[in-house]
Design a protein around this ligand. Sequence first.
Ligand SMILES: [Zn+2]
Length: 300
Amino acid sequence: MILCYHRVAEGSSDPFQLCVTPTNFAAQLDEIARHGEPSTLAELPVPSRRPRVVVTFDDGYADNLTNALPIAEAKGIPITVFVTSGVLGATHSGFWWDRLGTLLGSRPSGISEICLPTSEGTVRVGLGTSSAKEDLQEVRRHLLPLPVAEIHRVLDAVSEQWGTSAPPPPDARPLTPSELVQLAASKVVTIGAHTVDHVRLRGLPEQVQKQTISSSKEELERLSGQAISHFAYPYGGPDSFDDQSVDAVRSAGFETACTTIPGNARPAGDPHRLPRRIVMNWGRLRFRMGLERWKLVTRH
Ligand SMILES: [Zn+2]
């Protein structure tokens, strides 16, 4: 079973529910060690008496180093961190969805729609008719297929229209290059790649896919001084990558690639389409229920 995390933080503002608190993360690691065999992706094919459980993190948030690592090290549990190489050190712009979250949260009163000036024309999305969370999901849906540089340009334009700077929350910043080096130096850490820019791969020209996939590998190898053998598709769902992405990942030399398609990895499964289980900010009992539902733990 491969688990997918994003952040370990208190998450004062966490509209996409990416944060697991340090307390809950520690409790979850204890449950993993109690019911499974904490493992790396490389160990996955090796037979084990207890079911193997792999802890992975997507994106490359700084709190993976400051909050998650000390807990994983104290418990001796391996973690794999899939890093978006081009976002390393982008402390001010960060990840676009975090910018979007604070931007929508700072919407001036009286504004009932957001105008997204994309290269294909202006997209207008009504705001405030449903919940703030639904507004956020709806705007995200329109932005997600665009090139990442364009998403940032669109968000710059909206900030200007609304007269708000709305930077992402400081605690949601990505790792810096030197923090990546520190993280990679830990015995419990495996660094994996997550493209250069976190673009949605599906439908992009083959060369564009190959470029962002293999350049992230090369850049992370250069920084960490280690071979980067594992990959995770950005967003990871069935609509976020295609057969060309899988070919590009395989030909770039990655041994495994993780999706976010739910399931448990099987020995006969495709190592470049590994399923994962997304973990939420659950306490010990709720997490244990997840392990039962996912068939790691048999109810007695
Ligand atoms: Zn991601």
